[in-house]
Design a protein around this ligand. Sequence first.
Ligand SMILES: [Zn+2]
Ligand SMILES: [Zn+2]
Length: 370
Amino acid sequence: MTTQITAAVLAQSGDNPRPYADTPPLVLKTLTLDDPKPGELLVRIDAAGICHSDLSVVNGDRPRPMPMALGHEAAATIVALGDPDDAQFAVGDQVVLVFLPSCGECVACASGEGYLCPNAAAANGAGELMRGGHRLSDCGAAVHHHLGVSAFATHAVVDRRSAVKVDRDIPAETAALFGCAVLTGVGAVMNTAQVRPGESVLVYGLGGVGLAALLGALAAGAQPVTAVDPSPEKRALALELGAAQALSPDDAASLPKADVVIETVGKAVVLAQAYAAARRGGRVVTVGLPNASEMLSIPALSLVADGKTLMGSYMGSSIPSRDIPRYVALWRAGRLPVERLLTSISPLSEINGLLDRLASGAAIRQVVKP
Ligand SMILES: [Zn+2]
Ligand SMILES: [Zn+2]
């Protein structure tokens, strides 16, 4: 048995001229989706967010095997179980899909660092599911999975370790954001930096991850929380959300040095600015994904003489099954209003124009409903 689905497929990474709306790199195709194997789930995608990591595959910053069905931040409903007697999941459950499963058996997973699971990283790099191979095909030819999710589609088969169950009453377009933007941004603050109440936090970049980091810093009791971004519209939103100040990068040099600096832009030159903006003894956490060719230049002496700490944070150093319920609880209490990051809700057919809006900096989190 198989399911015929509609999915947005990228044939070629890199040489895609903009605007994408005119020469669409993503093409809606009818694909064949195999049934879930034991340990997998067949889900209907209810809402999928468009993230910079999708754009990075389209523009070649993050090369992936082609063709690939894109999309990795989503909320979905379980349609069928690979294990009919699955004790954790049931048909009809709402799940948040996360972009890195963890095998649960390697040293990293055993150490509570599933975000460093090499088996998951290998599967994601190969465009396959954790149990190996593809469940997607186009007239018999394999189509690769994006980060184990491939959410710009009506349906997906995912490893059960890529899914976290959440209550059904959370709107899908809000729930979707917890899978990437919130997990990454809030996790960078709470897990990686371990921000304590009263510490000052400076956030570079106000995309979905940066604004989530800002919300996370406020929820953690940071004081003051300051934001840096070239876009006046994004700075205005940061102020509405509770930032004490929001400055352009040119004006940021005048700021007092911060206890914790979170860099979400994904450019080495911005990371160097973020490093300089931390106080002596401060922590700098980077979550942005630069092009693999970029090298970081910082004063080497300062690491020791200024006692600074520079930390990389993949997926917010998160354990999704632990952290997503915690962040949902904060959302319910009104302390993590992540729905404020939503720019728009659109049909899947508009995906290429939405990528243009993300690339131009005009949007924060655009969601498609397939
Ligand atoms: Zn993402
Ligand atoms: Zn593992």
